[in-house]
Design a protein around this ligand. Structure first.
Ligand SMILES: [Zn+2]
Length: 504
């Protein structure tokens, strides 16, 4: 038995004001580089991706793998058409070769929320092209991110599919393994499942999607309950990526199983639960100043661990530029001594800090290079507290074991407020960067992280309190403020009880 394996992931934020070019898939921060063929086997086998779990599962079952290619781009504005065509063509060519070598099936490691200027449903287009090369009933199985904006066309092109069951995502390998095992089971005689698709008729803000809390925790538990029925193979719930102005943006439910009626009934039951849950998608969000004031008060009170402020609107994992300064300005204005912000992307500030050396000073404003439309750089002088190479290994639940290379990083300080600067952006879900600069997160009074939910994987248990907050940035938390033109669904109501806001 031979299974071809390919991966191509991107999460597209239509409002980010940036693009993903072909080069952005070569060395994305925190993830394996673009790789193909035998090199892909070596790199992906040792990584923490869904395809890594799929390869391990195939190996356990003695299945031969035909590696095509694997790549990921960090979330941003649309993938350029040329980049999509280049990578999609490469996958198609390699699939044709694999078929000549006798491939029995194809496993795909996809995100589900990739868009290009020409292809708002980019995975749907990729799957359509692959289907022209390998028409049904050739088995094609795909694992997706839970943030996939799934089209019905996508579900029809796949023989079977599934997505992560966690946000923060800590089950990437498990998901890839589960899909690969179902695919192998199908090749060994388990019939192709009936598939029911339901689009949930509202958008859910990513701040409201954490699976540690309601309503998503209960929705996942209900799905698991339905899966206990042996007529059902899988109850897959996509939460969707709402910062995408595409027709299919939003949550969806895909139920698969061997009994068509049971599959439809389970999909209806799951949709009813989502409709009932709508008013509970409403996380309280604070302004930057409110969050810092509360954090100072909480840090001075009882308890242990840091007060963690989530700078959700500059989450690089949602397409943020990683260089907004609203939270840093709020920390400095409130003289939040001991607070650490993780991190601002500013390559020039890093170079200047390394020139100045530890104990030196740089008189240079930092941040707001890519996010000028939201905020201003924060003026110096900054004292250089610590320097690092920016090369470290992931230790958190999301990036554990992944080699991470940000380039030369620095810890800077002004009036007791500290900020990490790095040449490249990366979501602050990984404690490895703090440890690399001699900081122990557990000892900090206040920490600001550029993340919406993934940081909770590392910090939920350690934190004295978690305060999701909004400073101006590209990852808009209040979906009702976004100028959607193509999305078919409206934000969940009532919307998150946001404070009054003056920023554009
Ligand atoms: Zn995701």
């Amino acid at each position: 038995m031979k299974i071809a394996v390919a991966g191509f992931q991107h999460e597209t934020n239509s409002f980010a004001g940036t693009v993903a070019a072909r080069g952005d898939f070569d060395r994305p921060g925190g993830w394996p580089p673009f790789c193909a063929g035998e090199e892909m086997m070596r790199i992906i086998s040792g990584a923490g991706t869904p395809a890594s779990g799929a390869l391990a599962a195939a190996s356990r079952q003695g299945v031969e793998i035909l590696p095509l290619l694997w790549c990921i781009g960090l979330p941003s504005g649309p993938v350029e058409d040329a980049a999509f065509e280049d990578i999609a063509d490469d996958i198609c060519t390699r699939l044709r070769d694999a078929l000549e070598l006798g491939a029995d099936a194809l496993y795909l490691d996809l995100h589900g929320a990739m868009a290009t200027p020409s292809w708002p449903d980019a995975e749907g287009e990729l799957l359509a092209r692959l289907r022209r090369i390998a028409p049904a009933p050739f088995p094609i199985a795909a694992s997706f991110d839970l943030h996939g904006n799934i089209s019905e066309a996508m579900t029809r092109a796949c023989t079977l599919l599934d997505c992560y069951r966690t946000y923060p995502h800590t089950d990437l390998k498990d998901t890839g393994a589960r899909v690969m095992e179902r695919l192998i089971g199908h090749l060994r005689g388990h019939p192709a499942p009936f598939v029911a698709f339901r689009a949930v008729p509202y958008l859910a803000s990513i701040n409201d999607q954490c699976t540690f809390v309601e309503p998503t925790r209960g929705l996942l538990a209900k799905g698991e309950g339905l899966e206990a029925d042996d007529r059902i193979d899988s109850v897959t719930q996509f939460f969707g990526f709402p910062l995408a102005d595409v027709a299919d943006a939003g949550p969806s439910i895909v139920v698969q199983g061997r009994d068509g009626r049971a599959v439809e009934e389970a999909a209806d039951a799951m949709l009813a639960a989502w409709l009932e849950a709508e008013p509970r998608f409403a996380t309280k969000l604070l302004t930057a100043d409110e969050a810092v004031a509360q954090a100072i008060e909480l840090a001075a009170g009882p308890g242990t661990g840091p007060v963690v402020i989530a700078d959700t609107q500059d989450n690089p994992g949602g397409g943020g530029t990683g260089d907004t300064t609203g939270m840093l300005q709020a920390l400095i204005a409130a003289k939040a001594a001991g607070a650490v912000l993780v991190h601002i992307a500013d390559a020039d500030a890093c170079a200047k800090a390394h020139e100045a050396g530890v104990g030196g000073t740089i008189d240079r404003a930092i941040g707001a290079e890519l996010s000028k439309r939201f905020c201003e750089p924060v003026p110096g002088p900054w004292t250089v507290i610590k320097l690092g190479s920016g090369d470290f290994t992931g230790v958190g639940p999301m990036y554990r074991g992944n080699p991470i290379s940000l380039g030369p990083v620095a810890l800077l300080e002004q009036d007791g407020v500290r900020v990490i600067v790095a040449p490249r952006k990366m979501q602050a879900s990984e404690p490895g960067l703090l440890l690399h600069l001699g900081l122990n997160p557990a000892d900090l009074p206040i920490m600001v992280v550029k993340s919406s939910v993934h940081f909770r994987g590392a910090y939920q248990e350690m934190a004295r309190a978690i305060l999701p907050a909004i400073a101006p940035g590209a990852v808009e938390a209040d979906l009702s403020r976004l100028p959607y033109r193509h999305a078919q669904r409206k934000p969940a109501r009532p919307f998150s009880p946001n404070p009054k806001r003056s920023n554009a």
